[in-house]
Design a protein around this ligand. Structure first.
Ligand code: SF4
Ligand code: ZN
Length: 419
């Protein structure tokens, strides 16, 4: 791979060659996010006269103020102005942060939105890396790669807890608006789905197929976003997929998608189902917001979000699940998905749908409570929210089963999950 430092003025080497590089414990200088502190990213459109191109502001402490082992909250707020720049492009630009920050040698970026995680290595700090360099990189690359739509880029990096909290609140409202852009659409409505292969540098065979009712597993790309990304860059990582003949409407399988995925995964994956985690589920890469797993003794499934560090009834914590699953394979019994997808109508519909959900971390349940309640109401279980066990009920199948029985959880009376 070619390493280009060219016109990006930072003290570290920079290029795709460093994208897959890890910053392990022994090499770690400091970190932001990853469950230790809040780390949030937001791209917003600005008016031309509102911002100054190339301006990078760090509000609060920077790396030089830290000791080895320290953590810092971080808010990356990017404002973009351009005659051609539309609000629809915001999520696309925001998702670039992931690979672009990873291009910096010695810096690792995981996650997206309000669950991001930046790990800074000792080697990078020795070379003089500061948080400002993140802004320098994003400004330069946004101009280089998105010339058509970007005229001005200004970046503010917040590291004070209160500022980050404020940005996070704003960002969450934006994420919600974006998610809801596809809320009224169904997979039957469209003939075209979109691929996303942005994550292939980490998971070489992985390709997300994004349909209206199956947003990308990172939660950052939905069908609308992929369509906009394709408009901006017709030869880029988001390609239209003619879904073609429907091979299985219950599990969600299409001929055109299979053909596309087989080619895009270089033959590694020949087919997968959009609406099942039990039978040939979609592939999963390390970016997923949540991972669902079967709980056979409860005749149901659970899901766990990235921020939840505790044990789960699957016997594995999120990090273990992600390690096992995140390489781009299709693993029957497990699937990575976004938070929003949980309450999309087709979520594991082929396995009985969301009514199969018997366990979720309390924090996740609360985060999506409104939509869970709505789903419950629409599906004959208005009290569904209270029927789903969480860690306060138990973290093993044995512990939660009596609770599910007592509550009359719908999974208790459904067909057997496994055939
Ligand atoms: Fe694209 Fe999927 Fe990666 Fe999200 S997780 S950036 S949708 S490939
Ligand atoms: Zn990924």
């Amino acid at each position: 791979l070619k390493v280009t430092v060219s016109d990006i003025n930072i003290p570290c080497s920079f290029g795709p060659a460093y994208e897959g590089e890890r910053v392990r414990g022994a090499d770690l200088h400091s970190q932001m996010g990853g469950g230790k502190t809040q780390c949030t990213e937001l791209v917003k459109r600005a008016e031309m006269n509102e911002i100054e191109d190339g301006k990078v502001i760090v509000v609060g402490k920077d790396i030089a103020d830290l000791n080895e082992g320290d953590t810092l909250p971080l808010g990356i707020f990017i404002q973009i102005a351009g005659r051609e720049f539309q609000e629809d492009f915001e999520p696309i630009m925001e998702r670039q942060i992931h690979h672009l920050v990873n291009y910096i040698q010695g810096i690792m970026h995981i996650g997206q939105r309000d669950i991001s995680w930046v790990r800074v290595s000792k080697a990078a700090v020795d070379k003089g890396f500061t948080l400002k360099d993140i802004g320098v990189v994003l400004h330069a690359k946004f101009h280089q790669e998105f010339q058509k739509i970007v005229d001005k880029v200004q970046i503010t990096l917040y590291t004070e807890k209160e500022d980050v909290a404020k940005l996070t609140a704003t960002a969450r409202a934006e994420y919600k608006t974006r998610d809801e852009r596809v809320d009224k659409m169904t997979d039957e409505d469209v003939e075209i789905f979109y691929s996303c292969s942005l994550c292939q540098s980490f998971a070489p065979n992985h390709v997300c197929s994004v349909s209206p009712e199956r947003t990308g597993l990172c939660g950052a790309y939905n069908w609308m976003d992929c369509r906009a990304a394709y408009e901006i860059n017709p030869t880029g990582p988001n390609q239209p997929i003619e879904k073609g003949e429907c091979l299985d409407p219950v599990l969600g399988q299409w001929k055109g998608v299979n053909e596309f995925v087989e080619k895009a995964s270089r033959g590694a994956v020949t087919h997968y189902n959009f609406y099942s985690m039990v039978i040939d589920p979609m592939t999963t890469c390390g970016c997923c917001e949540c991972i669902a797993a079967m709980l056979p003794s409860c005749n149901g499934v659970m899901t766990v979000n990235r921020e939840f560090a505790g044990d789960t009834p699957s016997g594995m914590k999120f990090t273990t699940l992600a390690g096992v699953m995140g390489g781009g394979a299709s693993s029957p019994g497990f699937v990575g998905h976004s938070k929003y997808n949980i309450t999309q109508r087709k979520f594991i519909k082929g396995d009985g749908g969301l009514l199969r959900m018997v366990w979720m971390p309390k924090m996740l349940k609360e985060e999506i409570k409104d939509r869970l309640d709505q789903y419950g109401k629409e599906n004959g279980y208005p009290d569904f929210y209270n029927m789903i066990a969480d860690e306060t009920v138990g973290t093993t199948e044995e512990e939660i089963l009596p609770f599910l029985q007592e509550k009359g959880h719908p999974a208790m009376s459904m067909d057997s999950l496994i055939g």
